[in-house]
Design a protein around this ligand. Structure first.
Ligand SMILES: Cc1cc2nc3c(=O)[nH]c(=O)nc-3n(C[C@H](O)[C@H](O)[C@H](O)COP(=O)(O)O)c2cc1C
Length: 227
């Protein structure tokens, strides 16, 4: 078998991987589910420092996600600077105060009661790292626009990979969407082809952290088989 092959004139490398026995496959998929089922969104994040190298690895894992035509249309802004975190907190709380008081529907506010959130966002200042994820709605190459494809799907997957990597490293994250999020582009001085997508504080959980007692839907409610 050839190690490399030209397809459409482009090099392709031979792909192979370990194949597990049925028993092993069952065990690996079961234990991965049990591990991932322990992931929680945590809002009580400690200010204990997290090494930059860990954050770098988390982002590299996120960036392994599949993306439309392999454009990887994302930028991860990694903020540990206290002044910038404070600016982000202030701007987010201003927007969130208005959302909680004027902009959210009663249904939305009622749905959030069980989660226990309000307009205050101390974690944006105290978490050691904020990962502000920006989607590249198009690429800029020497001032020319290049199209990106399925940008929302791609970046959603990258953020999913990021959250799994955070969990794997023993840290916690909060998927945060202060709305509207335009202030992030200004504070972080992002170029015009980038739009804020998610703001994800990452760190250790506080010693006294609490999370809502949520139940996840069983398989029968989330899957339909066609056999
Ligand atoms: C797109 C998206 C936006 C979210 N926005 C917020 C947010 O702004 N503030 C917050 O506290 N949680 C936010 N969450 C977290 C959800 O409330 C949380 O994932 C959900 O309650 C389930 O909890 P779990 O992640 O612990 O399973 C968001 C989650 C997603 C996927």
């Amino acid at each position: 078998m050839e190690e490399t092959k030209l397809i459409n004139g482009f090099p392709h490398i031979h792909f192979s991987r370990d194949i597990f026995s049925k028993t092993e496959m069952l065990e690996r998929s079961r234990s991965y589910f049990e591990w991932m089922n322990k992931r929680r969104t945590v809002r009580d994040i400690s200010n204990r420092p997290v090494p930059k190298e860990v954050i770098e690895q988390l982002v590299m894992t996120a960036s392994t996600a599949p993306s439309g035509a392999h454009k990887q249309p994302w930028t991860f802004c990694l903020v540990s600077n206290p002044k910038i975190k404070r600016k982000i907190r202030e701007a987010a709380e201003e927007e969130e105060y208005r959302s909680y008081h004027d902009r959210m529907s009663q249904e939305w506010l009622d749905d959030l009661k069980a989660i226990g959130t309000d307009w205050r966002k101390p974690f944006l200042e105290f978490a050691p790292w904020l990962i502000a994820v920006f989607k590249k709605v198009y690429d800029l190459e020497n001032g020319n626009r290049r199209t990106n494809y399925y940008v929302n799907e791609s970046i959603g997957l990258a953020c999913g990979f990021l959250l799994a990597a955070v969990h794997q490293s023993g840290l916690v994250a909060l998927t945060h969407t202060p709305s509207p999020m335009n202030f992030l582009s200004e504070v972080l001085k992002r170029p015009e082809n980038e739009r804020p997508f998610l703001l994800i504080p990452v760190g250790y959980p506080d010693e006294e952290a609490y999370v809502p007692d949520l139940k996840r839907k069983p398989l029968a409610e989330v899957a339909v088989f066609y056999e």
